[in-house]
Design a protein around this ligand. Structure first.
Ligand SMILES: Nc1ncnc2c1ncn2[C@@H]1O[C@H](COP(=O)(O)OP(=O)(O)O)[C@@H](O)[C@H]1O
Ligand SMILES: [Mg+2]
Length: 245
């Protein structure tokens, strides 16, 4: 089976500075793939380079077997690549229902938008209960749910999530992870950047670890989990050193 999305030997960054070097990742249908690593290691840059928000210096992006290197984010959404950025991912002055409507913008058919809305509310009953609430008045967890739900309205084949659990407390955080699991089971592959290694690996199939813009480790979630726990047991300091980068 060929991957739904792959990035091959990516060098990317901003202006004339390369931030990530020679990164290759792939995501298959029915997979959740985690991108791990300390702050500033280039995780967001990797996602942004796929969508044209960061500068791609070298490498290729392949989606459904097609070379989409250098695609714009708008085109990516139309092709089925959803993106939930880490911040500013909902329209605060619009209601939940209006945000979801905005998310369906690639679709022009009213009936189909309505059925997508129903499907989305099925996954997120918390949002269905508060359709008319302003996004700006939601809790951190509800807001992240809305951001994910909004992206789902475009019916993505693959969803790129940048730290959906940042600023979300543990309980709603776990609820979000289990929703991601059901989104995956319904056929949308997921690439997720997350700081909380143990939590994210608990729902992931595979993962990649970035440090200083390079991929230092990759493998099954189980193998990364073992590496991570042994690193914490035997090299408890390393985590701190990495975090200070
Ligand atoms: N818009 C930007 N312009 C210039 N440099 C940036 C920009 N965004 C991020 N960087 C730099 O790129 C590096 C990687 O950042 P980022 O990809 O955001 O890391 P992470 O998501 O892993 O925390 C950091 O050194 C950061 O300062
Ligand atoms: Mg980031």
């Amino acid at each position: 089976m060929s991957p739904i999305l792959s990035a091959k030997n990516i060098d990317a960054g901003y202006n004339d500075v390369i931030v990530i070097r020679d990164i290759s990742i792939e995501i298959n249908t029915r997979e959740i793939v985690a991108i791990l690593g300390p702050n500033g290691s280039g995780k967001s840059t990797l996602i942004k380079s796929i969508l044209g928000f960061a500068k791609l210096f070298d490498g290729k992006v392949i989606y459904h077997g097609k070379d989409i290197t250098g695609i714009t984010s708008d085109r990516a959404v139309h092709m089925g690549i959803g993106y939930v950025p880490q911040i500013n991912n909902v329209f605060s002055n619009l209601t939940i229902a209006e945000n979801l409507d905005m998310g369906a913008y690639p679709c022009k058919d009213k009936k189909s938008i309505k059925s997508r809305m129903t499907e989305t509310y099925d996954i997120f009953p918390e949002l269905a209960a508060r359709k008319k609430a302003l996004a700006g008045n939601l809790s951190g967890g509800e807001r992240q749910m809305l951001a994910i739900a909004r992206a789902m309205m475009a019916q993505p084949k693959v969803l790129l999530l940048d730290e959906p659990l940042a600023s979300v407390s543990p309980k709603p955080g776990s609820a979000i992870l289990s929703k991601l699991n059901s989104i995956k089971d319904k056929g949308t592959a997921i690439l997720i950047v997350e700081q909380n290694v143990q939590k994210v690996l608990s729902i992931s199939n595979r993962g990649y670890v970035l440090v200083n813009g390079a991929c230092v480790m990759s493998g099954s979630a189980d193998s990364l989990f073992d590496e991570e726990s042994s690193r914490q047991r035997f090299l408890g300091l390393e985590e701190k050193v990495l975090d200070n980068n």
